[in-house]
Every structure is written in C-alpha cells, then in structure tokens.
Write a protein that binds this ligand. Structure first.
Ligand code: GDP
Ligand code: MG
Length: 164
C-alpha cells in the first residue's frame, strides 16, 4: 500500500492551506480561527516519481485550553501512528510555542522521519533571525515555506520523498 505522509501541528499554523497548495486544489477547509471539527482529509500525491497519500489533520474543539491540548494531542498522535513521514508545521510569526515543543516531543518518541515546515515565511527577502529559533525544536533543519504564496513547497516535497 502507499506510504502515508501526515501534516501535523497546532491549529492555525496553516496545515490546511499547505495541504491545499501541495495538492493544487482547495479540498481542506482553511479557517481564520480554529474551532471546527473536521474529518481527516486524504489525497493521492505524486512527486519526483514517488506516490504517497497526503493527510491533513484538524478536528480541534476549543472548549477550554485543556480540551484543545488534549484534542491536539489525540489528533496528532493518530496521524503520527499511521504515518510513514510527518510534515510538522509551525508558524514563523508565532515563533516556537509550548504546544510546538509538546508536539515535537511526541514526534521524537514516534521515531518516525519528520520534515519541519516553518510556514508563513511570506517575505521574499532573506530569512529573519527568528527563523533559526526553530532549530530549538530538535527536529533538524527547518524549511521555510509560504503556503499562501507557494514558496518553498518544492524543497519541502523533495525532503518528504527523500524520507520515503
Ligand atoms: P490550520 O488550522 O493549521 O489548518 O491552518 P489554516 O490552513 O486553516 O490557516 C490558518 C490561517 O493562517 C488562515 O487565515 C490562513 O490563510 C493563514 N495562513 C496559512 N498559510 C499561510 C502563509 O503561508 N502565510 C500567511 N501569511 N498566512 C497563512
Ligand atoms: Mg486545518
């Protein structure tokens, strides 16, 4: 069966926007505010002659901070458990958050290959100093991406298929 590549991260970092950009269609629902439960969305992808199933993750119901955290944890864990490669999405303007650190720890434990996507790197100039803080996640080399503009998605997919 096809390898599974899961897009994981806390709400609002741009997972669904990235998913849509990677598949070239608006299949996943992009939300300005997190809060709607969504089923996981799957799509067949092909890059560099490799095929894989790309999975968007969502489904966060923010009743309280604790509920958000436990939903994120459960969703992320489900995606991680079924994935061959994980795209861990974080957000440049938000910096490294406590939840990012928590997800990073889960990914580390899973021992699965992870590609670190620093989304919302919209500026076409050089990378800001804050970009390098994402090395602190201990995931490896952060890859700058703008899911809105499409910058960096080719390099991201190259890194993904390298791990397949
Ligand atoms: P998700 O909750 O992680 O799936 O995030 P969404 O894809 O729903 O996006 C959350 C918000 O971030 C939306 O307002 C998006 O338009 C915005 N967003 C996503 N990617 C980018 C990006 O590359 N740059 C900027 N500036 N905004 C983005
Ligand atoms: Mg989403």
């Amino acid at each position: 069966s096809k390898p599974v590549v899961a897009v994981v991260g806390r709400p609002n970092v741009g997972k669904s926007t990235l998913f849509n950009k990677l598949i070239g269609q608006r299949l996943a629902i992009v939300e300005d505010t997190p809060g709607v439960t969504r089923d996981r969305i799957f799509y067949d992808c092909n890059w560099g002659g490799r095929t894989f199933l790309l999975v968007d993750t969502g489904g966060i119901e923010p009743h309280s901070d604790d509920v958000i955290l436990s939903h994120i944890r459960r969703q992320a864990q489900l995606a991680i458990d079924s994935a061959d490669v994980i795209i861990f999405v974080v957000s440049l303007p938000d910096g490294v958050t406590a939840t990012d650190m928590e997800v990073a720890a889960m990914l580390h434990k899973s021992r699965r290959p992870v590609v670190l996507c620093v989304n919302k790197c919209d500026s076409v100039g050089g990378l800001p100093a804050e970009f390098y803080e994402f090395y602190n996640l201990g995931i490896g080399e952060p890859l700058p991406v703008s899911s809105v503009h499409g910058h960096g998605t080719g390099d991201l997919l190259d890194a993904v298929v390298d791990e397949l």
